[in-house]
Design a protein. Sequence first.
Length: 382
Amino acid sequence: MSAAPAPSAPSSVSLAAAAGGGSLLFRQLFDADTGTYTYLLVDVPTGEGVLIDSVFERHERDLSLIQELDIDLVACLDTHAHADHVTGSWLMHEATGCAIGLAAAARAENVTRPLQHGDRVSFGGRSVEVRSTPGHTDGCISFVLDDQSMAFTGDALLVRGCGRCDFQQGNAHTLWTSITEQIFSLPDSCLLYPGHDYTGRTVTSVAEEKAFNARLGGAATERDFVGHMENMRLPHPHKIAEALPGNMRSGKPRESAPAAPSWAPLQRSYAGLPELSPSWVAEHQAELTILDVRSSEEFEGPDGRVAGSLPIPLPELESRASAIPADRPVVVVCHSGSRSALATQQLLKAGHSQVANLRGGLSRWSDEGYPLEGAIRATATT
């Protein structure tokens, strides 16, 4: 069976809706294992965006969001060569063709856009300004949005704290200068987004940190700050042996990345679910088990069904799992993809390795022009 043409990409309306009608879409993502924040900024009118401080292990999550929102990723940026996690920049570059941006001072491999103080990284009609903020490491930079309403400070300035200064050419005097001259020179209302937090704090502001940061706010002097930083005696990050070498390669693995599943071009939804497009399923239908988890009434009803589907209603899936052929991959379907998503999760937990949800369900299947056996189409009346 030949496949119909692939559906066109989602329009910018969907991106505008995701942004609440604004011209800038902003997402703050979190990696609980390392306390790392990743930031996505998108110019809604053009769909172009940048990703800041990605995490290697969260690549699929980030890529899924970018694909679901149909974002043209211009660059994957890092505030510094991290010591506590490996960046996902190289993986994102391989997946999207985006630039890899890191301070030139970090001297890392595979960087396609080495950054200097004063550079601007444009995405659509928006941009971020690069400000050199060394002291935590000698290659630390912060990114300031073009209207100075927000800045991404990495580990230079955290919420009520700052990055340590005892390795990677760190220096407390240098960090004091970076923060007071490059970050505290921003408007008091500028929101500051840190590279990490371990207690759930997500954002602060220039005014707050000037007033309340115990290390350098209020009446603290440079002498106070240096005395604090030089006496912290912190243990080294537990991933430093893996993270630093990995980040000096911009996250490129030493060994080849694990091969993608060979049975199908799976994509992960932002919810983490393996999915397949109607076009691919239609083209390979004869090689698959199409598992329909709607009720019996729906299966026999006017909405129709994919020819040759195996009907097992979702409430009966666990008790009737032995009826699913083990010699071919399974694609799970329902009306919209909601119940089939739950069924897909259940099958994966039960040990089925070749299983995926039909993206958009039978509704999208029908909308894209693929046939449904037994469907009764409504006719217009006068």
